[in-house]
Design a protein around this ligand. Structure first.
Ligand code: HEC
Ligand code: HEC
Ligand code: HEC
Ligand code: HEC
Length: 172
């Protein structure tokens, strides 16, 4: 029974994501990139991961009751997407904003050494491999009144620095 619920939920979430490519806001081109989960990003982005873990996004799924966690109409904004194996990625993880990372996370692209040697080329490669540098458009897919009884006013400029506040270093 539980297994069936999990499968149904995964299917529902997958069809939601496909239906509108709602969160990536892009076309079929991106559909081939898979979600991998924040643990993969943590390997290299420890500080960002630690900062994100402290935010509401990292706990968004637990705001839902057990019943609501089975409802696609709630899950869609309180989760990230499904991995290739069908597992739901709960909470609003890195890839909900930065796009599914199976391809851009590759050390051929996101390598400290290579990136530093030629940042422009590697940034371009990452974007071509599905990386999204989020603008307001990405946020308002979820931060909207539609289907969201808990909507609060959303000001991108005020909120964007709260998503993973890491102390600025070298002016960045
Ligand atoms: C193999 C290590 C590695 C993995 C895994 C990895 N990254 Fe990166 N990432 C880097 C490096 C190195 C850079 C280059 C810029 C830097 O040093 O921060 C980078 C750059 C980025 C940038 C652009 C930064 C900029 O300055 O333009 C984003 C956004 C990003 N990564 C997100 C992610 C996300 C999300 C994941 C997980 C899906 C991920 N990365 C996985 C190492 C990695
Ligand atoms: C997949 C849906 C989704 C996306 C995309 C999304 N958010 Fe959120 N956001 C949520 C949910 C759900 C909450 C409520 C979390 C809570 O209250 O614990 C939230 C809460 C927040 C909060 C309050 C966090 C806290 O610690 O209380 C900030 C700030 C925020 N979002 C900023 C952004 C910004 C900026 C973007 C775009 C770059 C964005 N969000 C994209 C779903 C999303
Ligand atoms: C369109 C996206 C979206 C949908 C659909 C959605 N939520 Fe949310 N939910 C959010 C966002 C965004 C926030 C954070 C509000 C903010 O900080 O602006 C949130 C916050 C919440 C909160 C925290 C409220 C608070 O005041 O701290 C609860 C509880 C919640 N949602 C439950 C649900 C339930 C139950 C459903 C399904 C009936 C649902 N949500 C559907 C986006 C959504
Ligand atoms: C709620 C949306 C959201 C989530 C979740 C999120 N990010 Fe970001 N991220 C952003 C925004 C917005 C920027 C700034 C983009 C810009 O400046 O153009 C950013 C920038 C970055 C950068 C570039 C360096 C910087 O500080 O500008 C890296 C690297 C990065 N994020 C990694 C991650 C990783 C790793 C995770 C998960 C642990 C994550 N992000 C989760 C929205 C998000």
């Amino acid at each position: 029974m539980r297994k069936l619920t999990v499968i149904l939920l995964a299917l529902a979430a997958a069809s939601f994501l496909l239906a509108g490519t709602v969160f990536s806001g892009e076309t079929a081109k991106k559909a081939k990139h898979e979600y991998v989960g924040a643990k993969k990003c943590k390997t290299c982005h420890k500080d960002k991961h630690a900062a994100w873990s402290e935010t509401g996004h990292a706990k968004a799924f637990s705001l839902l009751s057990e019943e609501e966690q089975k409802k696609p109409e709630c899950v869609k904004c309180h989760s990230t997407g499904t991995k290739a194996d069908g597992t739901l990625i709960e909470n609003v993880e890195c890839e909900a904003c930065h796009g599914p990372g199976s391809d851009y996370k590759s050390p051929k692209i996101m390598s400290k050494k290579k990136w530093k040697a030629d940042p422009e080329t590697h940034k371009k490669m990452a974007l071509e491999a599905g990386l999204v540098m989020p603008t307001e458009e990405v946020c308002v897919k979820c931060h909207t009144k539609e289907g969201n009884a808990n909507f609060k006013e959303f000001k991108f400029a005020e909120r964007k620095d709260k998503v993973h506040p890491v102390k600025a270093k070298e002016g960045k």
